[in-house]
Write a protein that binds this ligand. Structure first.
Ligand code: PLP
Ligand code: COI
Length: 350
């Protein structure tokens, strides 16, 4: 099958292989897990037979990740910050009482997934990448409410194109709408973990927004006062000044974005002041630029934020703005091997 790389969107295209590893264990009297992981294996079979009572199916005991593999200007294959994804998945696993996938196993599985699917890594300058979706699911059959002790770790690769529809080279802007009637995550819930339940919980907000032609801006669930997240991405605001500020939410309910973390590092290097704090929704009126950021969308500029409850629309003066677009380029230059990888974020697979 010939793939038209340029017309790919952010959706699933099946590749030759997925990678799998299994954990089988038991729980000790104090609740801790004891067990072992198998070695990762590549398989063409994408079907996973599972007991209908598996804890992932019954009680949502599952976590996932998302990372990208780039074909660089030098034709080399670069995996971006997989160790950070391994670490975040370990945090999600601990949060949901699952067996954390050891970093070494995660790395081996990533490498195997890339090597076995080389023909699905899009060529340089197509705007497409190979997305890897690591998945960790509970497979112990249980009806009683509680965590299981058997898990399956899977890496599902898929070549993907841009998250948001583009026209030519222009980077599209998104309009976000606030929804105070749907919360993505509770203040001390699972928002900081990348678990499926958070996404199912957000559908009512995101789908309602989509039907209106917008994306959903989630506020903190306790007071509906502070910005939490932009659909499935972190929020960044830019305020020009003597020292331009890069402002991003501090919240116990948001996902610690690896893209945001990388951009904060680059922003500091460019002389910006990076500030992580609670951001009141109204503060958008004082911002010069704003964007959603994540692996899938990289940086997606925000042109407006609508608050229907208050009959208020905030318009960002610069959309797209030069600061965030500069950061986007700086990040992509590293990912595509066009700039020095000072922080050793890319792992090259020969
Ligand atoms: N926030 C949510 C809810 C997400 O699903 C994602 C995507 O992974 C992000 C933020 C961005 O995180 P990252 O930059 O690590 O992809
Ligand atoms: C991202 O990777 O940036 C995301 O938003 C994850 C989403 C596709 C589930």
């Amino acid at each position: 099958m010939q793939i038209d790389w340029n017309s790919l969107r952010f959706s699933y295209t099946e590749t030759d292989y997925i990678v799998r590893a299994s954990y089988h264990g038991h729980r000790l009297a104090d609740g801790t897990l004891e067990g072992t992981w198998s070695e990762p294996v590549a398989t063409r079979n994408k079907i996973l037979p599972m007991h209908v009572c598996a804890t992932s199916l019954q009680y949502g005991q599952e976590a996932f990740e998302g990372l990208k593999v780039f074909r660089g200007i030098d034709n080399k294959i670069r995996v971006f910050r997989w160790q950070a994804n391994a670490h975040r998945m370990q945090q999600s696993a601990i949060g949901l009482y699952m067996a954390p996938v050891p970093t070494e196993l995660f790395g081996k599985a990533v490498e195997l997934a890339v090597r076995k699917n080389k023909r699905f890594i899009p060529p340089y300058e197509t705007g497409a990448t190979l997305y890897l979706r690591p998945l960790l699911i509970g497979t112990t059959p249980k009806l009683g409410v509680g965590p299981g002790w058997d898990f399956e770790f899977i890496i599902i690769p898929s070549p993907v194109g841009p998250y948001y529809k583009t026209e030519g080279d222009a980077i599209p802007c998104q309009t976000f709408i606030v929804n105070r009637h749907v919360d993505r995550a509770a203040a001390f819930g699972t928002g900081r973990y990348k678990v499926g339940g958070n996404y199912a919980a957000s559908f009512r907000g995101t789908e309602t927004a989509h039907q209106q032609g917008y994306d959903c801006l989630f506020l903190d669930s306790r007071q509906h006062k502070y910005i939490d997240e932009c659909s499935a991405a972190n929020f960044i605001g830019i305020r020009y000044g003597e020292q331009t500020q890069y402002i991003t939410p501090r919240s116990s309910a948001i996902l610690p974005s690896i893209t945001n973390d990388s951009l904060m590092t680059l922003a500091k290097e460019q002389g910006l002041k990076v500030v992580r704090r609670h951001i009141r929704l109204e503060e958008i009126s004082q911002m010069d630029e704003a964007a959603a950021c994540g692996t899938a969308c990289v940086i997606s500029p925000i042109d407006k934020v609508i608050d229907p409850d208050k009959n208020q629309t905030y318009t960002l003066p610069q959309a797209p703005g030069k600061v965030l677009m500069g950061l986007r380029k700086a990040l992509q230059d590293i990912q595509y091997g066009r700039a020095e990888d000072k922080h050793h974020w890319c792992n090259i697979i020969q």
